[in-house]
Ligand binder design. Structure first.
Ligand SMILES: *Cc1c(COP(=O)(O)O)cnc(C)c1O
Length: 392
């Protein structure tokens, strides 16, 4: 059976060059990077190099990069660590209502500890308005966290404008850039970002590793107590091979960014045109002018997104409804809901997310299978409607 992977927003394939760079650290160079002997030093050299690679990708200093177990930990740490370290200054936090669950769930928990959280609305394209942010801003606002690129609809927020507003205040600005790194040029100084979350497996690196950038001087309490790893701010024996892979993945990601963006834009434009031509009664969700091309979220009238997902899966095509974290649970997309989509458009949404490995032939195959699936499901749903009418 043909296999087509269109779920690159959930995770990406491991790049072969990245694997090659990791292999020695999974075999010969097995020392604990915190050990003082040569085995440890060899491992630490790999970690140091990766820290430089990550730092230079975002315009930071190496000493401002802290490795974590992924984007989720980076987000948990940023929100909770900054909230705790600044509690004396205030207890108010502002986030958008379309953040990743690792931000929103942490905020919910902080509310139970006496913090007050404002969840900014978004417009019907998924954009946060700077005016809304200013409206919610208070003298005791200690932290603002807005994601750069949303993982369900691909909308790119006005991060620099937000950073610009916050730069002369005492409020710390955190940005979840996990989904942005694969397509956006990120410069923490240019965008006035104080803390930034990244993850390796969204940029063709290994899973289970990420990083939090924390600008020098930004108060943040540590979450994971233990050894003195990560400049004494995050305990735990270092994931050397994973970090080495993450560093390499980031270096390649930056090097190939323009080419990747161009190729994925061509693919996704081709896909959208073809779907619009082949399938009537659809809506493309998100902000078409201000989004990454790699994510295309479509609502198909009269059908259930999950049914489409299953029919595509039967023919080897991998897509997603909402985010990977939300599927499998009955909870429907909080992002599409926040954009004000009605229940039927939320239920019928499917996310297609493209990567550098995808081809035009795969798109042709996908649209062919998709058109068949939607036609079939609409026929069934029309039958169901008729049956209901007859019963009445
Ligand atoms: C994937 C993702 C995360 C979580 O990162 P993990 O490394 O998988 O824990 C956080 N935020 C966004 C926007 C994501 O897309």
């Amino acid at each position: 059976m043909k296999k087509v992977y269109l779920d690159n927003a959930a995770t990406t394939s491991l790049n072969g060059e990245v694997l090659n760079d990791m292999l020695p650290y999974l075999t010969d160079v097995y020392g604990n990077s915190n050990s003082l002997h040569s085995f440890g030093r060899d491992a630490m050299a790999g970690v140091d190099h990766a820290r430089d690679q990550i730092a230079s990708a975002i315009g930071a200093k190496s000493t401002e990069i802290y490795f974590t177990s992924g984007g989720t930990e980076a987000n948990n740490w940023a929100i909770r660590g900054i909230a705790y370290a600044n509690r004396k200054k205030g207890n108010h936090i502002i986030v958008s209502s379309i953040e990743h669950h690792s931000i929103l769930e942490t905020c919910k928990d902080l509310e139970s500890e006496g913090f007050v959280v404002s969840y900014l609305p978004v417009d019907d394209t998924g954009l946060v308005s700077v005016a809304d942010l200013l409206h919610e801003f208070r003298p005791n606002t200690i932290l603002v966290s807005i994601m750069m690129v949303n993982n369900e609809i691909g909308t790119i927020q006005h991060i620099k404008a937000i950073g610009d507003i916050l730069k002369d205040t005492n409020t710390i600005f955190h940005c979840d850039a996990v989904q942005a790194m694969s397509s956006c040029k990120v410069d923490v100084n240019d965008m006035y970002i104080d803390a930034l979350s990244m993850s390796s497996h969204k940029i063709h690196g290994p899973k289970g590793v990420g990083a939090l950038y924390v600008k020098k001087g930004t108060p943040i309490k540590k979450l994971i107590y233990g050894g003195e790893q990560e400049f004494n701010r995050r305990g735990g024996t270092t994931n050397v091979a994973g970090i080495v892979g993450f560093g390499k993945a980031m270096e390649l990601n930056i090097k190939n960014l323009d080419y990747t963006n161009k190729k994925i834009k061509e693919l996704s434009t081709y896909f959208i045109k073809k779907v619009e031509y082949e399938i009537p009664d659809i809506k493309i969700n998100g902000n078409l002018k201000q989004k990454v091309s790699s994510i295309v979220n479509i609502s198909f009238d009269f059908v259930d997104g999950e049914s489409i997902l299953m029919l595509l899966d039967l023919e080897g095509i991998a897509v997603s409804t909402g985010s990977a974290c939300a599927s499998g649970s009955p909870e429907k997309s909080h992002v599409l809901k926040a954009m004000g989509l009605d229940a039927k458009d939320v239920n019928s949404a499917v996310r297609f997310s493209f990567g550098i490995d995808n081809t035009k032939e795969e798109i042709d195959y996908t649209v062919e299978v998709l058109a068949r699936a939607v036609t079939k499901l609409r026929a069934i749903s029309a039958l169901n409607k008729k049956k209901k009418v007859v019963k009445k």
